[in-house]
Design a protein around this ligand. Sequence first.
Ligand code: GDP
Ligand code: GDP
Length: 434
Amino acid sequence: MKPVIALVGRPNVGKSTLFNRLTRTRDALVANQPGLTRDRHYGIGRMGPKEYLVIDTGGLEPVAKEGIFAEMAKQSRQAIVESDLVLFIVDGRQGITPHDHVIAAELRKARREVILVVNKTEGLNHTVAASDFYELGLGEPETISASHGDGVRQLMDLACEKLPELPEDEEGGHRIKVAIAGRPNVGKSTMVNTLLGEERVIAFDMPGTTRDSIYIDFERNDKPYTLIDTAGLRKRGKVFESVEKFSVIKTLQAIEDANVVILMLDAQQEISDQDASIAGFIVETGRALVLAVNKWDSLDEYRKERIKTELNRKLVFLGFARLHFVSATKPFGIGAMMRSVDEAHAAAFAKLSTPKLTRLIQECVEHQQPPRKGIFRPKLRYAHQGGQNPPIVVVHGTALDAIPDSYKRFLEGQIRDRFNLAGTPLRVEFRSAT
Ligand code: GDP
Ligand code: GDP
């Protein structure tokens, strides 16, 4: 499990600029996927000595009482409570504002570990820029420039020191770790109940008040699985509907920890930015993925066609994943969905031998050479497997920087086909000798 850092602060102080800097490596890659919203709010932090999850809580507006903004504010507050460390960002050019005081008070109440970060201090006297902010009562301010990068490395060294050591994932052996992810009310708990059967669920019944997900071992057709339950379980007739039932952080950590994620969508709703955002995070972590459109029982033919069109349009970047139309209540489609989970798991852990990969690479080159770029003609020599879940293929050669994206996609497609990699993201990396 990875610890969690929340970025908090009023609008325009530089939270998303900092977020992008902390998560950048894969961010560019993910943001370039067609169809994926650029407006991402969570990612994997890679700057500093440890990996962590970063959440940009957006603007913490004290005013919204209902509607989507109130829902966002609620999730932001929940993220603060569930995070391990808060970076509270203020604007060193503008100085302290009343809104900063409101947020500071809220953070003190939440009793989180907080680092006060004074942003936009490039070219300023740091001591002077920081002095204004001592009165927030949150300790010594750290000065940075998120856009120029000054001080960010030091800040993250300090932040990582304050993060707790969370238990390492133990190797689950042959059990398939499955998480069901999705926004509130798509039917996750119902699906958990259906998958496990009421009897089992009651035995594990407990209100999900802590941030930790519940791990449940179960078998289906003699295959062992561990279900990572983010939804919180329910007793028959009695619902533990705590405010915290849906938790972004729980969802992110469950995705991180799973081998295969079932991303559940609601056939009765439009596909939302939140769906796409969770999907983007799954791709970023490299987890194997099965898409399940739930509540299919409740649609007429017209709606069915409409949602299929919408899926094609909005989730094109998930083309590698199998898609199932299911019902958790009827129930139907669940057997096929679980077979795709098995298939995706097998793909995620596929063994790709060096001779086979190398032969495939050579066949690709014979079929179509990578184009020359200026005086450079990329030469692909051999390939080996660099990791699992997701599979990573490392291609060696010369001038590989000059390989265009279209050719990378061609290689990826060929590798996918040859090794039956349905259901898992695939990473192809290039290492040039020169
Ligand atoms: P958010 O609303 O808190 O997410 O803020 P943004 O990251 O969108 O930044 C708001 C504005 O501040 C943008 O115009 C940024 O370019 C600018 N900004 C962010 N970081 C810095 C910085 O370190 N120095 C300066 N001068 N401007 C910055
Ligand atoms: P969660 O928040 O994702 O855990 O969603 P729940 O499992 O609490 O389900 C939200 C609502 O959707 C409940 O009223 C369920 O009865 C309903 N629901 C769940 N699955 C289905 C389904 O397959 N078909 C229909 N028609 N309704 C469903």
